[in-house]
Design a protein around this ligand. Sequence first.
Ligand code: TRP
Length: 327
Amino acid sequence: MENRQVVSGMRPTGKTHLGHIHGILENWRDLQDEYDCFYFAADWHALTSEYKQTSIIKESLTEMFVDWLSAGLDHQKSTLFVQSWIKEHAELHLLFSMITPLGWLERNPTYKEQQEELGDKEVGTYGFLGYPVLQAADILMYKGNYVPVGRDQVPHLEITREIARRFNYLYREIFPLPEALLAEVPNLVGIDGRKMSNSYDNAIYISDSEEILAAKIGQMITDPQRAYRKDPGDPDVCSVFSFHRIYTEPDVVREIDKECRRAGIGCSDCKKILIKRVKEYLAPIQEKRNYYLTHLGEVEEIIREGTKKARGVAQNTMVEVREVIGI
Ligand code: TRP
């Protein structure tokens, strides 16, 4: 039986942070052994918000692949590629745009949210409204069954399924109805307590040195009720504690929980433990990163090879698509 397909993409719009690692990349990595995985840099999607200042896209592109490889993606197992190098994505996007009712796009909650969030970026464009149509093309091009993404992407996935359903109904049933695969880890908070994001300037990057790590964790908000060392704290509302749950051994986490509640441990000592744990977690990733950063030719070759392979699959899909549409 044919293997099932996994497809996912990430926009190259800045540096990789811990939220990317736990929310997405670990999920991608764990799927590699069981599925045919297609992972790509969604540089056209990046353009929907960065069209005025495009340099960030090029600057982030190769480094994003460096980070993926460092986080455990394996080009022997997964196909790693760049969206804009495969023009078939544009053609499928155009064909899908013919059958996508405007209402589906206008009602999309992610669209409305992003429009507000990106306030200063003027995203009242045709391309931005069509963002989920391009995403549907990305996924269905490889007949994706599963799409590992963050929770914010679920409405987009719903539109992909609607488009696939409509296409299958109008022409012939050639596309699967893809499902989102959500990571178990909740959205990671940033050092200011909001969702970790490059645009909030609150992220811990995988490239951060120990000094930077210490400074950032040092700034993190703990339980706001715990004003003094002698005050007992509530780990359930503490950002630092939410990190301990990810990085620290369960028995130590239990100990911290207990000691915090009876003011047995202070926030600064608690943060020191965390700094050490995050540093240990990042050490092997950073070691690989240093290797790839000094062997960029190798990385570029991996991307070229992956793109070639993906293009072959895309070309086959497009032959089928043109045939069933009759154009
Ligand atoms: N919209 C996704 C994000 O912002 C990126 C993306 C583009 C994507 N095309 C995709 C994700 C296809 C999964 C599948 O994270």
